[in-house]
Each structure stands twice: as C-alpha cells, then as structure tokens.
Design a protein around this ligand. Structure first.
Ligand code: TMP
Ligand code: ASP
Length: 254
C-alpha cells in the first residue's frame, strides 16, 4: 500500500503531503489532550466527529466569503486543505467569561462580557502558549500589522456568523480559538482561516441549560464527551448517517 509522507504530527492531527503541490491532507486523530498534553486520552470516534464538524463550519464560512484553507473532506478522518504557512498565534475570541479569562480576572464563569474580546497566544509548547499583545506580535515579527488587521477582521466576522449559526441550533458560543495561515498565490499573499473549528477548540454551552458540549468535559473530568460532540453534530444536522457505528472500525490509511 502506498503511504504518504508525513509532514507534521500535532496533538490532535497529522499532516501528510497532499496529492498535488500546494495541498496537504489533514488527518483527525482520536487523541485528546489538555494542559499542554499533561492530560491525555484516546476518545474513540472523536476525530471522525471533529473532521465532519470542522468541514461543515469551514464550508459555511467559505460560503459567506471567509477565505479558508479548506478544499474538501476526503473520508471519515481526512480532509484536503491548501498548504499555508501557519501564523504562530492562537487567536481567541470570547463572548462570555470562562476558562482562563474567568480565572485570571476573577470573573464568574458564564458572565456575558461587556463586548467580545480578542486575545492572542504565542504558539509555543515549551513556553506553554503564553498570552501576548499586539505589541509583542508586531515587534517580534510573528505577524505584520496588516496580517493582524486581517486576522482581527476575519475573527470578528467569524464570531458574528458562528454565534448566530450555533444559537439557531440552541447552542451558546462562549469562546473559541482560531489559527490563520499565509496562502501564497504567485507573488501575492493573503491571510486565510486554517486548522480546524470543532468542540476541541470552542466552548459550546446548551443555550437553555448551559450544559457543556465541548472539550471542557474532558479537561474537567465530567465524562460524556463523545455524547456531547455527537449532540453538537446532530443539532447541526450533520451526524454521520449510520450514527456512532461509522466512527469505529479500522483506521483508514490511503
Ligand atoms: P482558555 O479559556 O483556556 O484560554 O481557552 C479559550 C478558548 O480557546 C477555548 O474555547 C478553548 C480554546 N483553546 C484551544 O483551542 N487550545 C488551547 O490550547 C487552549 C488553552 C484553549
Ligand atoms: N490542546 C491543548 C493541549 O493539549 C490544551 C487545551 O486545549 O486545553 O495542551
């Protein structure tokens, strides 16, 4: 069997060389980590759900004109994406106080914020993804002022759109993390949305009960993570047709 060249293995995904120049295959693993991978587990079927949820959300964002790296889903665990140069930042958008913001500023989780807040973290595992400001980002050249401007504008658009999309299916978008990449087309570069959007990198609460439907179930040992991710997929109307059984079985390697 022909195996593709692996380019990079991250905590939740593996990147393989794509079939054509400028393409990459993004493989979604079941591996689940938290707190800089000090906490780890394999949650069977998680990769299948994240692949499907992320495909759906990137497709919807693409349809309103948000530029993304996404090309198409290939199979249950893989999607074809455009090769981009990842900007080494995690861009976090927050609508409601939760997680590290609630802790840092002593806010009660669930308190709506006076307005949506964008934060940046420098992607560096050995430094534990430290919180940084626009000053650090431009001074150290991780992104130019123009790149940053593009990322902020896209993040605001994505937040407005996804907040409405999730609310329409009874889910509150509390916060989320995005990653962007530089897409080179000849001599022209533009910033596009990359990586994934899934319950691994969002906080999603049931709009009525505030039940957690995201990776906090794993971080906080609450259990029921697969049920929660499946419920997100079900509400979005994209649950794999044959349900849970489709998520198990041998791993597909082309
Ligand atoms: P935080 O409250 O822990 O800073 O997380 C903010 C959002 O970012 C939350 O939706 C989870 C997401 N996130 C990631 O996707 N990766 C990470 O490594 C961290 C720390 C948070
Ligand atoms: N994904 C990150 C890790 O494994 C942290 C998190 O999402 O909580 O370290």
């Amino acid at each position: 069997m022909k195996r593709r060249r692996m380019i990079y293995e991250g905590k939740a995904k593996i990147l393989y060389e794509g079939p054509e120049a400028g393409t990459i295959v993004q493989y979604f693993k079941d591996d689940t980590t938290a707190f800089d991978a000090t906490k780890k587990a394999v949650i069977e079927g998680k990769g299948v759900l994240n692949n499907r949820i992320s495909e759906y959300l990137f497709g919807q964002l693409g349809a309103i004109g948000v530029p993304t790296h996404f090309i198409k889903r290939l199979n249950m665990r893989e999607q074809l994406v455009k090769e981009v140069e990842i900007v080494p930042l995690e861009v976090v958008m927050r609508n409601v106080a939760a997680g590290s913001l609630a802790k840092r500023l002593g806010l009660t989780e669930g308190t709506p914020l006076p307005r949506s807040i964008i934060e940046y973290y420098y992607k560096n595992d050995s430094l534990h993804d430290p919180w940084v400001s626009e000053e650090h980002i431009t001074a150290f050249g991780w992104a130019s002022p123009q790149d940053l401007d593009d990322m902020v504008n896209l993040t605001i658009r994505i937040n407005d759109f996804l907040t409405g999309l999730f609310l329409g299916v009874g889910i509150k978008l509390v916060d989320f993390k995005l990653e962007f990449g530089r897409l080179w087309e000849n001599d022209y570069m533009r910033i596009v949305l990359a990586d994934e959007i899934s319950p691994d990198c969002c906080r999603l609460w049931d709009a009525v009960t505030n039940d957690k439907m995201d990776k906090d179930r794993f971080r906080r040992d609450m259990g029921g993570m697969m049920e929660a991710y499946s419920e997100v997929a079900r509400r979005l109307g994209i649950m794999p047709e044959s349900g849970q059984s489709e998520m198990k079985g041998p791993k597909l390697v082309q």
